[in-house]
Design a protein around this ligand. Sequence first.
Ligand code: GAL
Length: 830
Amino acid sequence: MASSNTIFALTFLVFASITSLLACAYEVTHDDRAIVINGERRVLLSGAIHYPRSTAQMWPDLMKKAKEGGLDAIETYVFWNAHEPVRRQYDFSGNHDLIKFIKTCQENGLYVVLRIGPYVCAEWNYGGFPVWLHNRPGLKAFRTNDQVFMREMQNFTTLIVEKVRKEKLFASQGGPIILAQIENEYGNINGPYGDDGKEYINWCAKLANSFGIGVPWIMCQQHDAPEPMLETCNGWYCDRYKPTNPTTPKMWTENWTGWFKSWGGKDPYRTAEDLAYSVARFIQLGGTFQNYYMYHGGTNFGRTAGGPYITTTYDYNAPLDEYGHLNQPKYGHLKELHSVLHSLEKNIVYGNITTTKLDNSIQVTVYGFNGTKTCFFSNANETADATINYQGTDYKVPAWSVSILPDCKTEVYNTAKVNTQTTVMVKEGDKATDEGSAAALRWSWRPEMVDDTILQGKGQFSANQILDQKVANDVSDYIWYMTSVNLDKDDPIWSKDMRLRVNGTGQVLHVYANGKYVDSQWNDYSLFETNIKLNPGKNLLTLLSASIGFQNYGAYFDLGGNGLYGVEIVGKKGDETVSKNLGSHKWSYKVGLHGEQNKLFSSNKNSRSASQWLSDNLPTARRMTWYKTSFKAPAGEDPVVVDLMGLGKGFAWVNGNNLGRYWLILAKGDCPTEPCDYRGPYTNNKCLSNCGNPTQRFYHVPRSFLNHGDNNNNNDLVLFEEIGGTPSLVRFQTVRPGTVCANAYENKAAEISCPGRNITEIKYANFGHTRGTCGGFEKGLCGGAEDAMDILKTACLGKESCSVTASESVFGATNCDGSHTKKLVVEAVC
Ligand code: GAL
């Protein structure tokens, strides 16, 4: 038996060697083929997780799942406006704790790709730039040779680099960061910036270099990236991409795993087959670094969504869903691919590549390495399956797919053959007795005080012009524009049917005249017109403009308008249209809502305004109304959402945490009735769902926002309702895997799992031919072993996961004659 001293000494040794390993600097370089870590070329599979789009409490689980999903690295942008909302006032707390995020990656054995930007695009407000930057004296434009801009950019990027360096997080210091990015897709939009753009990008490269961080820098979508910046590709496919510089490896920084959502739009999704195809093709044709954008999309909390019109959910149809659940089959199908690619790493990065193009978009690639051969067979045909004869053997390769044969003999993976279960999520918590059910919620309310604006036209500042919303440094979505209009009956525009015409950037506008509500318009208006009744004498015109996030993309997007830019009153003199331009009137401005200033959303029960909530006569369909309720956190650990059906548009807060903008606007247009065909090039308009329903009905309430424990109703939900709705249907629910459907081709195993719970029912099982999709299977042309259901029940019921092989030895002989591919298909309930 070892003495306690020996054990102590051994433990110490192990501990010491782990810590020294962690602290050991390692070298990251590149050659024309791959990123090289400590002298070894690597295949690197990475996934984007943006730290402010989840909570610090969620990060360990997300990272664990990313690691288990076969990722080597996590990629994130750095969000300038999150960290420096006010000039030189910094925030690195909570889900802005970049250092903690990077360390969480490291703790989970993941490298980090740090895209500092500071321009990020990312459907993030103003592309990540703080609005105060636009208002800096002397600044003309962002992302160009503008000294004021560059000074601020240098200040922020230096701050980030030094913060990270201080914590020894670069690979050259033993940390997990293997790559860093400066700028973002500047090459896509640099044309209009001319020579100033060129000077700027050279300056960016010099700045990055000057930091001496000891790991390579990348510039995505920048074919003329100044050396030593590495150019990379972004898109749904990068197989045909070739870096301009022959010494740059073929790297793909954004493989879009789905797409983002816009208010009033449908849900885009991208199939697992097509995503896997894009990755396998990229590697087949010489790619060695690939990053999923997004691996976990998450949530645009608060006012962080930009675009404009980007929803609060940023689920992105990514492999991990908004709440952190596995999005199956996408997650599992990629996991299998990752494991095959990792097992072939040496062949891929060191092998001699020979690609032969055959007819009909078929390509055979052989990687020869150390006397071994690995094959990739791809069929880029959009409809026709192919049979490839390779060295005397026929291989079937379905349309739009890649087969991988590690020994050029046996196919171990085909991108179109999905062996992973499909998981359908369910929401729970509808019973009247459930915590947070609609019946359990008692509401109080109060009006947003608007007398000073719509009755009195009082503002905080004024100007003889119509100002852009950026003037207010983006502290609120809302800004009131007020002016008085003097009219007498001799005025050329005076008539019975005068109209108000407003030119704006088309987000939301509410109009009041002489204290009365007139009209509202939203979603993509650029010209707003409404009848307006004005009186002889003095009239008060009050316009409330609400932004839905600032622009985030395009050349000079920073200069694009937000809010109103033209107001006129149009009348008729006989047949002639005459107008009165109010552009140079004296306008008075008020920024934000009283409720925002008074923090009605805060959970501070002792605040001065706490007693002013009314519990009688709860109004419905009332504009500009605050609602409040208390609730008990749903039991358990499943993610929580709040269902805001019945409401219009506004903001929701739980215990003072801003869940984001809500809007129950419907997804316009029709969706295809057939499931999306994975074959053929994907675009964000190809595969769509959720037509006719609210674009976003459910809003994530991260568990860390909630007070748990036995105290009843110790959580507050506050809503600000802008356009009118009813809170009576609002409820809290939990989200969990409900139905799982698995399938396995002959001699493969169907893996069924209900993470964190047991399989309670087998609804369907068949080894043979099955028709339909998950939730609606029926037996097809052949197969149908009588006891398939019993076999599955015995193997799976009461277990968290089970695995059953699709073979005749398990299920007995079938009557399938070979004209149909036999599959085991199972539907189970969690
Ligand atoms: C890219 C951009 C990303 C993101 C993506 C679309 O062009 O680099 O930040 O905006 O498009 O989701």
